[in-house]
Design a protein around this ligand. Structure first.
Ligand code: HEM
Ligand code: HEM
Length: 307
């Protein structure tokens, strides 16, 4: 299949716009602006009029407008992918992205209509990052390297395998995300999130160190592994600052204060980048480092073959 530059660039743009949308959403939560626009799918009774952008309405309505824009981008991306891409699985992924963005919009609306219940708000936070990961994955799969290059492959005979470690990293990051979201949306105490942080840090470090120690030669694996480590360190520092501004100092604040808003929004944003990087690493490991498994051959010897 030929590489399609315009399609790939559009996929990158959609992923970039989604990242901005995540920041806009996090600003709504951090500024306690979730109910500033009380109705949905209308905003103050209208589907298209822009309300007076004052107080929390600035955050909530801007978030809705960017969400609509990303929704349109996703529709275009899905149609474009169906028209130009011959791979059936990527067509399915593009339709999956469309389904996810619709579900995400509905969750956003429901959380307003039910006055921000923790479960719905947390589901909205978790699905947001899932959608971001799908958009990033589509950008990777449509890239020149993915489409045109013959991948460099090395068999992995270690246990646990690197692909297992990357999948475990994604799992612990999801647990971390859900626990963080439940705390942020007042559905749970802060300590399960903070207690799970060292577990997540350990699994991610193990994954990145294994990738770098054994497969640093493969650029597609080396780059996300280095990024994963850098983002992890940043995220732990931001988590610490978010804890200070939100829990230690901000407990009795009468309204959201700037240091708290900045640190918590940055913590959400870097959390999303971390999850997306873990997904990209898993994708590249799956492509470049397939698992080797021992197969018994009739003479009683062992032969190592690729999965
Ligand atoms: C379609 C794509 C959308 C994405 C990717 C998205 C993403 C996000 C994100 C990342 C947050 C912050 C969560 C957090 O910081 O914990 C958020 C919050 C929020 N979003 Fe969305 N959103 C989308 C659509 C919508 C729509 C259509 C609405 C309609 C009302 C909406 C309403 C809200 C509200 C009210 C909050 C604050 C929730 C709270 O403080 O409890 N979102 N969104
Ligand atoms: C690998 C490490 C970590 C990851 C991936 C992570 C991720 C996250 C995410 C994604 C959220 C927001 C969830 C949402 O969208 O609603 C969050 C919230 C939070 N995290 Fe972390 N976190 C990590 C470590 C830490 C650490 C070490 C601390 C504290 C020492 C911490 C403190 C917090 C706090 C206080 C919040 C809530 C902020 C608020 O209420 O606005 N995090 N975390």
């Amino acid at each position: 299949m030929p590489y399609n530059r315009a399609h790939h660039r559009f996929a990158i743009f959609t992923a970039g716009a989604t990242f901005c949308l995540l920041i806009a959403g996090a600003l709504v939560t951090s500024n306690d602006a979730g109910l500033s626009v009380p109705d949905w799918p209308t905003s103050f009774g209208s589907l298209y009029k822009i309300p007076h952008m004052i107080g929390g309405v600035r955050f909530e309505h801007t978030h809705r407008m960017i969400a609509e824009f990303v929704g349109v981008l996703t529709v275009v991306l899905a149609i474009w992918t169906w028209r130009v891409d011959k791979r059936r699985w990527i067509k399915a992924l593009a339709v999956g992205a469309l389904g996810t963005v619709v579900a995400q919009g509905v969750l956003g609306g429901l959380t307003v209509l039910f006055y921000l219940p923790p479960l719905i708000s947390s589901a909205h936070a978790a699905l947001a990052q899932t959608f971001f990961c799908i958009a990033v994955a589509i950008a990777v799969f449509t890239g020149r390297r993915w489409v045109e290059e013959v991948p460099e492959v090395e068999l992995d005979s270690r246990r646990p395998s690197l692909i297992t470690l990357t999948l475990l990293s994604i799992l612990v990051l999801y647990v971390q995300l859900i626990l963080g979201a439940m705390f942020r949306h007042h559905g749970m105490s802060w300590w399960p999130h903070v207690v799970n942080a060292p577990v997540a840090a350990l699994v991610l470090t193990w994954t990145a160190v294994r990738a770098l120690a054994v497969y640093a030669r493969i650029e597609a694996v080396r780059r996300p592994a280095i990024l994963l480590l850098g983002l992890l360190i940043t995220q732990l520092c931001l988590g610490f600052v978010a804890f200070l501004t939100r829990v230690a100092w901000g407990r009795d604040a009468v309204q959201p204060e700037l240091p708290m808003v900045i640190s918590t929004v940055a913590h959400v944003a870097v959390g999303a980048l971390l999850l997306a990087t873990a997904v990209v690493l898993a994708i590249q490991v799956w492509r470049h480092v397939p698992v080797a498994f021992a197969e018994r051959v009739p003479e009683g010897g062992r032969r190592v073959v690729a999965a």
